[in-house]
Design a protein around this ligand. Structure first.
Ligand code: DC
Length: 229
């Protein structure tokens, strides 16, 4: 059976990565968390003390410090920056609160998009991010745009952070999520935007398994129609 490409976009904490991982497992596809790549770029910037006028250094750094994914012993994906496991570190507040300006540079995006497209070229891919359906995989057979209210997204991230031992205040989280949405959707380079041919799904009050079922059904419809041609 042929394998398809699935693009999942949406704002912060809309459930993209949770559902994408489950779908990847079900279909036996590769899952790529593109947000983790922008977070790695941001961690590199912070650790080197680079600022917004250090674009040249940032671009050289991206060539120098490879970003790599590996499956850990617990089957969960781990993220490495320059061969250091940064899976947990890239979720901390300083990275989260600086990622929007680092990811707004078109030159940074061009480098990471190239890597993302190379990974996708192997086929059988599900990728989540902000510009997957519009820029990274414009030819993806299935494009989903997940949305949810700011309140619900803040509560989800709050619970995730607590479980990971990251100290968080719910009201601050709401403000930060709204601010990140605004920056991600109003930047000039590849803003967060629903592709014209994407299916929009509001996950407010919807369980993870229902979202997964919905997307799997759409994927199976496409796979069935392709195999009958
Ligand atoms: O999905 P996330 O919250 O981990 O993403 C972190 C940031 O990275 C997000 O605020 C915007 C940026 N990002 C992006 O610009 N393009 C992507 N494809 C994925 C993430």
């Amino acid at each position: 059976m042929n394998k398809i490409k699935i693009a999942i976009d949406g704002p912060a904490s809309s459930g993209k990565s949770t559902v994408a991982k489950l779908i990847a497992k079900e279909l036996g596809y590769t899952y790529l968390d593109t947000g983790a790549m922008y977070r790695c770029a941001t961690l590199m910037v912070l650790e080197n003390g680079w600022q917004e006028n250090d674009l040249d250094r940032i671009l050289k750094g991206l060539d120098q410090y490879p970003i790599r994914f590996e499956r850990g012993q617990d089957e969960n994906q781990r993220v490495f920056l320059n061969n250091v496991d940064v899976t947990k570190r890239i979720r901390e507040n300083d990275v989260t609160n600086n990622v929007s300006w680092v990811s707004a540079f078109p030159e940074v995006r061009a480098k990471l998009v190239e890597q993302q497209q190379q990974i996708a070229a192997q086929g059988g891919i599900i990728m989540d991010g902000r510009d997957i359906g519009t820029v990274v995989l414009p030819d993806a057979e299935l494009k989903i745009f997940l949305i949810a209210s700011v309140e619900e997204r803040a509560e989800r991230r709050y619970k995730e952070n607590l479980a990971k031992g990251i100290p968080t205040d719910l009201e601050t989280l709401k403000e930060e999520i709204a601010a990140r949405d605004y920056k991600d959707s109003t930047r000039e380079a590849s803003p967060l935007k629903k592709a014209d041919d994407a299916i929009e799904f509001d996950t407010t009050g919807v369980s993870i398994s229902e979202v997964v079922q919905f997307i799997l059904e759409k994927a199976k419809q496409i796979l069935d129609s392709e195999s009958s041609i």
